[in-house]
Design a protein around this ligand. Structure first.
Ligand code: BEZ
Length: 211
């Protein structure tokens, strides 16, 4: 069955470029991103793996652990890693699962047979410290992901898990946010004592809390 937001992220143990890893143990009490790549030694995947490696410090700052998955073998991954370092400027610095038996890919429904019946699509699962799935993105093999967007949604997820706010269209860290619709004006006066801007009663903007 497909995984949905709010579900517990299925746990697994898998062989990776950094040894055998149990997913939930690897995440510990922090956040995690599990992302799939269709195939080793392919151009878009090479740029993506390199970009995640280049930006790893920004995920570390947010207490987010990265783990990639592809259905190719560990031997293949180890060969490809050299190409990633050579062409993208940074060696792989997070584990890449060798999912040759497609255990993880099937567990997370990453193979979409009408797109390709053996390779995974480009899935992104963001998992919270409670091991619940917080966000799912799915891209076709022909479209590389955007690291800025992934960091942006992590910022939104972390902010909205700490405060009773939501983030509006195109929001980025530091922009005004919206008081959650479940918060009454009475409660909002306590939570946001400096007030808010409300072009409509249901659209209440406040500066980003905690900034
Ligand atoms: C790529 O990463 O470029 C790619 C991988 C699988 C199918 C098509 C493209």
């Amino acid at each position: 069955m497909a995984i949905r937001l709010g579900d517990t992220a299925p746990d697994f143990t898998a062989e990776t470029t950094e040894g055998t890893i149990n997913f939930h143990e690897y995440l510990g009490d922090g956040w995690g991103i599990l992302f799939s790549h269709p195939k080793d030694f392919t151009p878009v995947c090479t740029t993506e793996l390199g970009a995640f490696a280049n930006r790893k410090a920004e995920f570390d700052q947010r207490n987010v652990k990265l783990i990639g998955v592809s259905v190719d073998s560990l031997e293949s991954h180890k060969g490809w890693v050299g190409d990633i370092a050579e062409t993208q400027g940074t060696a792989l610095n997070y584990p890449l699962i060798a999912d040759t038996d497609k255990k993880v890919s099937n567990l997370y429904d990453m193979i979409h047979p009408n797109a390709n019946d053996t390779l995974t699509v480009r899935s992104v699962f963001i998992v919270g410290p409670d091991k619940k799935v917080k966000l799912i993105l799915t891209y076709p093999a022909s479209t590389g992901r955007n690291i800025d967007e992934i960091l942006r949604v992590v910022d939104s997820l972390q902010l909205t898990s700490n405060y009773s706010v939501a983030t509006p269209v195109n929001w980025k860290d530091g922009d005004d946010v919206i008081i959650g619709s479940a918060v009454s004006d009475e409660d909002a006066k306590v939570k946001f004592p400096n007030g808010w801007k409300a072009p409509k009663p249901y659209l209440r903007y406040v500066p980003q809390p905690g900034k």
